[in-house]
Write a protein that binds this ligand. Structure first.
Ligand code: ADP
Length: 484
């Protein structure tokens, strides 16, 4: 199909309805089983990045609020949760999973409105995976001794959890479900640009009858997060976010005895060998970096193509980019939704400028971006050098830096030449090559002939500046346990 043919027709709009979602004007903090006004008296606004309209106002928790949340979590831990038989704890976690499933459509639309991600992604990936995390960890709650035979696993106490804006409900599930299954209580802080689904989850938790204070959900920005990290009565910090803040957190809790897991940035390599199924690989590249606007910490933002097929892959990729639909995230046809915030769009645009100044060739398909809201077309950079900032630094947008390689050793060396090590993708017909690369690539996850696949039973986490500790699977339990 030629380019003209491809663009001759377009899809009619297919907007997801929003009538089933009730958004309150103002949300309080969820502390000790109740929605309460913040001591700070302050609220901040969350807007829809697709059209810049106000979604709702959310409470800004100050130190006093954080202290109240931690106190509620401590009391619930001492008096209720740590004393409850594990089987009973499991039942609550199952109940939360089922109630999330019942409100799945609502959660998906809320995520789409607040985060700017496409309804397809929120509906088919984020929300089902979030429910599955609760289901998966509910199953472990009464089997910890079998999971770690002879090691006498024990809970830690109160877990402080801080999450980013790229997968709001999924990150909340990744954090809360294993913490509860291992018998800990929780204070979770949602990200300041995406607090809506966390508050819907709080409603679900309240309705589930989970004992008061076992899960507390607070909102606010960096200062609120810092207060939670510093609180002396928190036993564990689980953080997902930028490497910069991760380093600050590590410094601030050094010597405190608090257990820490960090899931930070990435600049993941997607590697295409000449024997790979090229059409599938091109789809994998698109899935790896362009769907979800590149707002995935493990996005395949560096592409390495074997020289002999580079021309062909780039042609196919450009052709595919022409057909990607950028626009209203609520439209089921949309492939690339809105960039999460104005600040993030400015960061991406800064890198587009840097890429051009560094001498890389930029390609963007023709597309009409909506007049309001924050959007960025899918972007390729060709002729990128290893030392270029666009191939070294995390951009967190739909921007792909492309390089070529000739030999296996060369591509391993290039792929590992990064301060990060979160994920990688390998596309080849040869099983032995896959095994060779999975052992040599310094990345927490290596996908073979696919990309961005997640499952609650499989651990996820990074090397080097991408952090430490694993979430998901059995490994995810150990982050919330101590052993004799
Ligand atoms: P991003 O660049 O993805 O927004 P951040 O690391 O800035 O990542 O934010 C991730 C989460 O960390 C958010 O919930 C944010 O409010 C929180 N945060 C930001 N600064 C701090 C800090 N100094 N201490 C603790 N949490 C913080």
């Amino acid at each position: 199909m030629g380019k003209e043919t491809q663009n001759m027709w377009s899809y009619a709009p297919a907007l997801e309805g929003t009538g089933h979602l009730t958004i309150q004007k103002k949300y309080g903090l969820f502390i000790n089983g109740e929605f309460v006004k913040p001591n700070s008296g302050k609220y901040f606004k969350s807007i829809n990045p697709a059209n810049e309209e106000l979604i709702a106002e959310f409470a800004e928790a100050n130190e006093k609020d954080v202290d109240l949340a931690v106190k509620a979590a401590r009391t619930a831990y001492d008096k209720t949760w740590s004393k409850m038989p594990a089987k009973e704890r499991g039942k609550y976690i199952y109940r939360i999973a089922r109630m999330m499933q019942e409100r799945a459509r609502e959660l998906a639309v809320a995520e789409c409105l607040d985060a700017g991600k496409t309804i397809r992604e929120a509906r088919d990936i984020d929300v089902p995976l979030a429910c599955n995390h609760f289901f998966y960890y509910a199953g472990w709650a009464d089997k910890l001794n079998e999971a770690f035979p002879g090691k006498k696993p024990k809970s830690l106490g109160v877990a402080g959890q801080i999450i980013p804006w790229n997968f709001p409900i999924l990150m909340a599930a990744w954090k809360i479900a294993p913490a509860l299954a291992t018998g800990n209580t929780v204070v979770l802080k949602a990200a300041e640009t995406t607090p809506l689904t966390a508050m819907i989850l709080a409603e679900i938790i309240q309705e589930s009858g989970l004992p008061n204070g076992v899960v507390n959900i607070i909102t606010g920005a960096g200062k609120t997060g810092a207060a939670l990290v510093k609180h002396p009565d928190v036993n564990k910090i689980a953080f997902t976010g930028s490497t910069e803040v991760g380093k600050l957190i590590q410094k601030s809790i050094a010597g405190s005895g608090k257990k820490l897991t960090l899931e930070l940035g990435g600049k993941s390599a997607n590697i295409i060998f000449e024997d790979a199924p090229l059409d599938q690989a091109v789809e994998g590249i698109v899935n790896g970096i362009f769907f979800n606007q590149g707002h995935v910490c493990c996005a395949g933002s560096r592409l390495f193509v074997q020289e002999s097929v580079a021309q062909k892959v780039i042609e196919k990729l450009k052709f595919r980019l022409e057909s990607l639909i950028v626009g209203n995230p609520l439209d089921k046809n949309t492939d690339i939704g809105a960039i999460n915030s104005k600040a993030q769009l400015e960061t991406i645009e800064k890198y587009l400028k840097i890429g051009k100044e560094e001498g890389a060739e930029m390609f963007q398909p023709k597309c009409d971006l909506p007049k309001k809201g924050y959007y960025c077309p899918p972007t390729l950079f060709l002729d990128v050098a290893q030392s270029n900032r666009i191939s070294q630094e995390e951009i967190f947008g739909p921007v792909l830096a492309i390089q070529t390689f000739r030999s296996i050793d060369e591509v391993i060396q290039k792929a590992n030449n990064s301060p990060y090590g979160l994920a990688a993708g390998v596309w080849t017909d040869k099983g032995s090559r896959i095994f060779n690369l999975t052992t040599q690539l310094r990345a927490g996850v290596v996908w073979a002939n696919t990309y961005n696949k997640f499952d609650p039973s499989s651990p996820f986490g990074g090397y080097k500046e991408s952090g430490f500790g694993r979430e998901g699977g059995l490994h995810g339990l150990t982050a919330y346990l101590k052993f004799d």
